[in-house]
Design a protein around this ligand. Structure first.
Ligand code: PEP
Ligand code: MG
Length: 316
């Protein structure tokens, strides 16, 4: 029993009935690896590569990028590492990559994949550096694009990844249009990762930088849960995995609900991993499904949480 208890705290993520749910870390670069490993991350579910680019007059060279990516891959031999391509825009400005014009609403402007479309050479260099790093490592590299809104954008990104020799091209689901048309996107992408932070911002028309709007960013909002369910169902229809990498995945009760909605893996800031691992280990996949169904049937975030908890005994 002690061994089982210990495994629940340190082993791979799984529900009580043994359904595997890889528990991964959100990182900003190699500096976050120690924390991820210490908290038992099985891999990386979101490597936010913009930190490599921020505050610089010029883009980092292909060699410098390759070295940073390789360092992350080597921390997880045989494990999975999901790298997100540069997510820049007027809200995360880069000196060498200015948006083409004035943007009164940076969150709605030329950012993420939109900006990379305008500067294909930046994306190509990054994808090539990733491919070279992957060829030198045993980790399984998956690459995904931020802010994808349409199947056309997903196809464009997948083609660029193929061109670079990358085996797996995914998209973040963080714009409501992408969740609504998840089946179309799943036809183009190898996997999804739901970014609940931006998905909430765009679904509720509530700037994530405005703290006064926190109630609208609450990941228990039933409308947000509906969008996650749509994304997962679209992915499942094509046998594609759909993970979640927004902050919501770090709440142990919500993590169970996300698994119930169909999340195949959960990625979060490293300190949240042990509590999520323990919560999953104590509940079956069926309990997670029932909790998810009850949460979606609720009319408010507070009611959704209470309804889910009724199916997840022992979680506060
Ligand atoms: C998200 O939007 O939920 C996400 C994970 O990405 P970021 O927080 O970096 O925008
Ligand atoms: Mg985002």
């Amino acid at each position: 029993a002690r061994r089982a208890a210990l495994a629940a705290v340190t082993g791979p993520g799984a529900t009580a009935d043994g359904h595997a749910v890889p528990l991964l870390a959100n990182i900003g670069g190699p500096q976050d690896l120690a924390d991820a490993l210490e908290h038992g991350a099985e891999g990386v579910g979101l490597y936010r590569t913009e930190f490599l680019f921020l505050g610089r007059a010029e883009a980092p060279s292909a060699e410098e990028q390759e070295a940073a990516y390789l360092e992350v891959l080597e921390a997880f031999p045989g494990g999975q590492v999901v790298v997100r391509t540069l997510d820049a825009g007027a809200d995360k400005p880069l000196a060498f990559l200015p948006p083409p014009g004035e943007e009164p609403n940076p969150a709605l402007g030329e950012r993420g994949i939109r900006l990379l479309r305008l500067h294909p050479e930046v994306m190509e260099t990054q994808l090539a550096a990733l491919a070279r790093a992957a060829s030198r490592s045993t980790a399984v590299l998956r690459v995904m694009a931020p802010m994808v809104a349409t199947a056309e954008e997903a196809a464009l990104f997948a083609a660029a990844c193929r061109e670079a020799g990358l085996a797996s091209a995914g998209v973040m689901i963080e714009v409501p249009s992408a969740a609504l048309r998840a089946a179309d996107l799943a036809a183009e992408a190898d996997f999804f990762s739901v970014g609940t932070n931006d998905l909430a911002q765009y679904a509720f028309a509530a700037d994530r930088q405005v703290a006064a709007l926190a109630a609208l960013h609450d990941a228990w909002q039933p409308a947000l849960l509906d969008l996650v369910a749509l994304a997962a169902a679209g992915a499942a229809g094509r046998d594609r995995p759909c993970g979640v990498c927004g902050e919501a995945a770090g709440d142990p009760v919500l993590a169970c609900v996300l698994v119930g909605l169909g999340a195949a893996s959960l990625s979060m800031s490293a300190p949240a991993l042990p509590a999520v691992r323990a919560a999953l280990a104590r509940h079956s996949r069926e309990q997670c499904r029932l909790a998810a169904r009850a949460a979606r049937a609720a009319a408010s975030p507070a009611q959704a949480r209470d309804a889910a908890r009724a199916h997840l005994p022992g979680l506060s």
